[in-house]
Write a protein that binds this ligand. Structure first.
Ligand code: DCP
Ligand code: CA
Length: 418
C-alpha cells in the first residue's frame, strides 16, 4: 500500500476543474414548462402502459425507487400517482444548447460530457479570474437564473474528483473538494461510483468483500489486472483520485452533418423529402449558430439492403440558409434515389468546406431579408424548441409521428416551403 503522500499529490495545486450537471434534466424541463408538476413525481419517457423505459424522473419519483432505464410499467407499479410524460427531445436539445452557450462565456475549455453535463477548466484563462471558487458559484447562479433549471456543481483538482464532488452536491448543491481532503472524501464512497466499474465488475469485487473505495485500495495492482485486464491501471489510479485526463474540448469543426435512421424503412417520396427538409433545416441552424457557410453539400442515402450512396455538390456560392441548402440537397436526392423500388433506412445531409461569414466576399452575401428571417427563426427556436416553428414540409413529419408532434405553428414562407 502506498503512503498517503505518494497517493494524493498529483495536480493538486495546478488544476481547477469544475463539473456541472443539470438535475433530473428532462423532468426538470417538463416541470419548468408546466408548473403544475412542481413537487410531484414525474416520469419522462412514455405513458404508464407503453413499452419502453423511463429516460429520467424527478427527485420526487426517485423516492419511490423509480430511476432512469426502468421499464415504464415497473415505474407505474412503484409510483402509480406519478405524472407520466412522453417528452420532447428537441426541446431538451434547445435547453442543452443554451446551457453550453452560458458555460462557454466563462472559458473556452468546456467538455460536453453529455447533453446536460460538462467539465470546465480555467487553467488557460486563470488571469481573468481572481477566485475560481467564486467563478464556479457564479456559473451555478447564472445557469439557474437563465435556464430556470436546478444544477449541481462540483470542483476539484481533476475530472474524476470534480464529478464525484458533483454527485455529493446533488441535487442543487455546490461542493468543492479542498486539496488534502481527497483521501477522506473517497474512502467511504461505494465502488459503483467509479466510472468503469460496471455491474459485472461490482459483483466480482463484492465477492472479494470489496464494497467501498477504501477496500479497493487494499487490492494490489496485480490482483486487479488478473481480474479486469487492461483497464485495471486506470481503475487503480482513478480509485485513488489520480486522474491526468485533459478535457476533450472540441476544436473548430470541419463539417456539420445531420442524419436520421428511420424506425421503419421508408418508400414514400414525400415523406423522404420531409425528412430531408428537416435535416437541412437542422444543418442550416447549426451553421448559423457557428456563423459558418458551407461550400459543399452532400446527401447520403442508405437502402434497406444497407447499400449506401452519396452525392456531393460544390457550390459557387457557399450556403447557410435552410431553403438554399434544401434546394441543393433535394436535387442530389432525386438524382440518387432509385424510386420506390427499394426502401430507404437512412437519409443524411452534410455541409463541408466551411467558410466563416466574415471571409465571404460581397458577392457571396445573400439578401438581408433572408438573414433577418433566419435570425428571427433562431430566436424563437432557442426559446421554445426547434419544433416550435416548422415548414409545411417538415410539419408532415409531425403528422406521421404524432407522438413527436410539434407544439408550434407552421411557417408559411414561400422561400422556406418551396
Ligand atoms: N437519459 C436517458 N436515458 C438514460 C439516462 C439518461 O434518456 N438511460 C437522459 C435523461 C436525463 C438526461 O439524459 O434527464 C441526463 O442524464 P443524467 O444521467 O444526468 O440524469 P438526470 O439529469 O435525469 O438526473 P441527475 O440529477 O441524476 O443528473
Ligand atoms: Ca443530469
Amino acid at each position: 500500500m502506498l503512503k498517503r503522500e505518494e497517493i494524493f499529490p498529483v495536480f493538486r495545486k495546478t488544476r481547477y476543474v469544475v463539473h456541472v450537471d443539470l438535475d433530473a434534466f428532462f423532468a426538470s424541463v417538463e416541470v419548468l414548462l408546466n408548473p403544475e408538476l412542481k413537487g410531484k413525481p414525474v416520469v419522462v419517457g412514455g405513458l404508464p402502459h407503453e413499452r419502453g423505459v423511463a429516460a429520467t424522473c424527478s427527485y420526487e419519483a426517485r423516492k419511490y425507487g423509480v430511476h432512469s432505464g426502468m421499464p415504464l410499467r415497473q415505474c407505474y407499479k412503484l409510483c402509480p400517482q406519478a405524472v407520466f410524460v412522453r417528452g420532447n427531445y428537441h426541446l431538451y436539445q434547445a435547453f442543452s444548447e443554451k446551457f453550453f452557450r452560458i458555460l462557454r462565456e466563462y472559458t473556452p475549455d468546456v467538455e460536453e460530457a453529455s447533453l446536460d453535463e460538462a467539465y470546465l477548466e480555467f487553467t488557460r484563462c486563470r488571469h481573468l479570474y481572481p477566485s475560481f471558487s467564486e467563478t464556479a458559484r457564479e456559473i451555478k447562479r447564472r445557469v439557474e437564473k437563465d435556464l430556470g433549471l436546478s444544477v449541481s456543481v462540483g470542483a476539484a483538482s481533476n475530472k474524476i474528483l470534480a464529478k464525484l464532488a458533483t454527485k455529493k452536491a446533488k441535487p442543487g448543491g455546490f461542493f468543492e473538494l479542498q486539496p488534502g481532503e481527497e483521501e477522506e472524501f473517497l474512502r467511504e464512497l461505494d465502488i459503483s461510483e467509479i466510472p468503469g466499474i460496471g455491474p459485472k465488475a461490482q459483483v466480482m469485487l463484492r465477492l472479494l468483500n470489496v464494497h467501498k473505495i477504501a477496500d479497493l485500495w487494499k487490492l494490489p495492482l496485480g490482483t486487479l489486472r488478473s481480474l479486469f485486464g487492461a483497464p485495471s491501471d486506470e481503475l487503480y489510479l482513478l480509485s485513488r483520485g489520480i486522474d491526468c485526463r485533459l478535457l476533450e474540448v472540441e476544436g473548430k469543426p470541419e463539417s456539420f452533418s445531420r442524419e436520421t435512421t428511420f424506425l421503419q424503412d421508408i418508400w414514400d417520396r414525400e415523406l423522404l423529402l420531409a425528412h430531408l427538409a428537416y435535416l437541412c433545416d437542422r444543418l442550416a441552424s447549426a451553421l448559423r449558430r457557428e456563423k459558418l457557410y458551407a461550400r459543399v453539400v452532400e446527401v447520403k442515402l442508405r437502402y434497406s439492403d444497407f447499400k449506401a450512396v452519396s452525392r456531393r455538390r460544390r457550390l459557387l456560392l457557399p450556403v447557410q440558409e435552410t431553403s438554399r441548402i434544401y434546394r441543393v440537397a433535394r436535387e442530389s436526392f432525386l438524382e440518387l434515389w432509385e424510386g420506390s423500388r427499394l426502401a430507404l433506412r437512412l437519409v443524411g445531409v452534410k455541409g463541408s468546406e466551411l467558410v466563416e461569414a466574415r471571409h465571404l466576399s460581397l458577392f457571396e452575401i445573400y439578401s438581408e431579408r433572408e438573414e433577418r428571417l433566419s435570425q428571427a427563426l433562431d430566436r424563437v427556436r432557442e426559446k421554445y424548441g426547434f419544433g416550435s416553428v416548422l415548414t409545411v414540409r417538415e410539419k408532415m413529419l409531425g403528422e406521421v409521428y404524432p407522438e413527436d408532434r410539434s407544439r408550434g405553428f407552421i411557417l408559411k414562407t414561400a422561400s422556406l416551403t418551396r
